[in-house]
Design a protein around this ligand. Sequence first.
Ligand code: HEC
Length: 144
Amino acid sequence: MKKYIAIALIAAGTAAFAHSGVKDPDVMNRMMGMSELAKQMKAIGSMAKGQTTFDPEALNAALGKISEEAGYIPSLFENKALDPKSEALPVIWDNFDTFTARATDLEEISGGLVGTIQTSTDLGPAMQQIGKACSACHADFRAK
Ligand code: HEC
């Protein structure tokens, strides 16, 4: 019995290990939010590459999650929380309106794609559109 509890704890902890050393809970939360975005993009990417079968339902769910998570970005970054492990640039809080607008762009682009993609060949252009919205924000607000 004890053994199973230990295994469950390890499984629950793996996501946090990727960000080990981050002490600030706000920083941790926004990193987890970003990781969630990356996870959904990966799922769409593997459909685009044919590594997983094209599944419109799973695709729309992934697009919807990206849009939903993008909607959380402004609140995840509301506190000017800094951490030595963070890649967030302080300029975020000098230009919070622009930062928020970039999050809204991602929210609208990914949300607008839900239900529009019928074949796997359309996945590439869709990913490019979304990827541009990610990098538009990273370019100005994330340290490289
Ligand atoms: C509105 C701005 C914004 C948008 C849009 C955005 N990001 Fe980010 N992203 C950031 C910032 C700022 C950081 C740095 C956070 C930190 O280290 O505290 C970051 C960090 C990340 C990280 C590293 C997280 C970690 O564990 O340290 C990943 C991965 C990431 N973003 C993926 C994405 C993907 C994929 C998209 C698009 C689907 C996206 N982001 C859209 C601002 C944004």
